[in-house]
Unconditional design. Structure first.
Length: 208
């Protein structure tokens, strides 16, 4: 599966290079920063968690109607959890103030279709690599309250894959970008949850 996904990414980058060589247009780099609202699917207790995203994308404007981009984005993901009775990271009891924080290095490769001046719809593929993880909660047990804090990547998938879909609007060289990343890869093997990410960023196009 990983080899197939890597082959898709390489094909997308190859296609981007081919367009850049065969079409007249302009290339640019776009530093971007913004916020995320994320959760984990298939968990009835999960709710949205706020995070940050930052990085840059390389773009090539092939025509006035079409552009391709490829980026590197450090993205804070994960979820908060409602109070529930059960087991959290190996501790059973009444679980409060629980959250899971995941940071990924995401590599979105996207096609941008301009439907009006400055307004584009976009879709693509996005492999991601887990950088950091932290889960924490307060668990009330029959004996005492336990503050649970777990870090590290044990038990988690190191590779993620999602489909980014979005809209962007350009004002001069500033770009306002809204995306939804539909997670296809499992975060872990415990409940099969997947990442669900809403992302809003502001970027600035620097031609070269």
């Amino acid at each position: 599966m990983k080899k197939t996904l890597l082959a898709i990414v390489m094909a997308a980058f190859t296609a981007t290079s081919a367009v850049a060589q065969s079409e007249e247009g302009s290339a640019y780099i776009k530093p971007m920063v913004g916020g995320t609202l994320t959760t984990l699917t298939k968990d009835s207790y999960s709710k949205m968690k706020f995070g940050l995203v930052g990085g840059a994308e390389f773009g090539y404007q092939a025509t006035d109607r079409f552009a391709v981009t490829a980026g590197l984005l450090a993205t804070m993901q994960g979820a908060k959890f409602k109070t529930f009775t059960g087991t959290f990271r190996g501790v059973t009891g009444n679980v409060k103030d629980a959250s899971t924080s995941l940071t990924y290095l995401n590599i979105p490769v996207m096609a941008n279709f301009y439907i009006a001046p400055g307004l584009a719809i976009k879709a693509g593929i996005q492999p991601g690599f887990l950088l950091t993880h932290k889960s924490k909660a307060k668990v009330e047990t029959a004996i005492s309250d336990v503050n649970v804090s777990v870090t590290g990547k044990d038990g988690l998938k190191k590779f993620d894959f999602s489909i980014p879909l979005g809209l962007s609007y350009e004002i001069e060289d500033f770009v306002i970008d809204a995306r939804y990343n539909l997670g296809l890869g499992k975060v872990d093997d415990v409940d099969g949850s997947k990442n669900s990410v809403i992302m809003l960023t502001v970027g600035y196009k620097i031609p070269f």
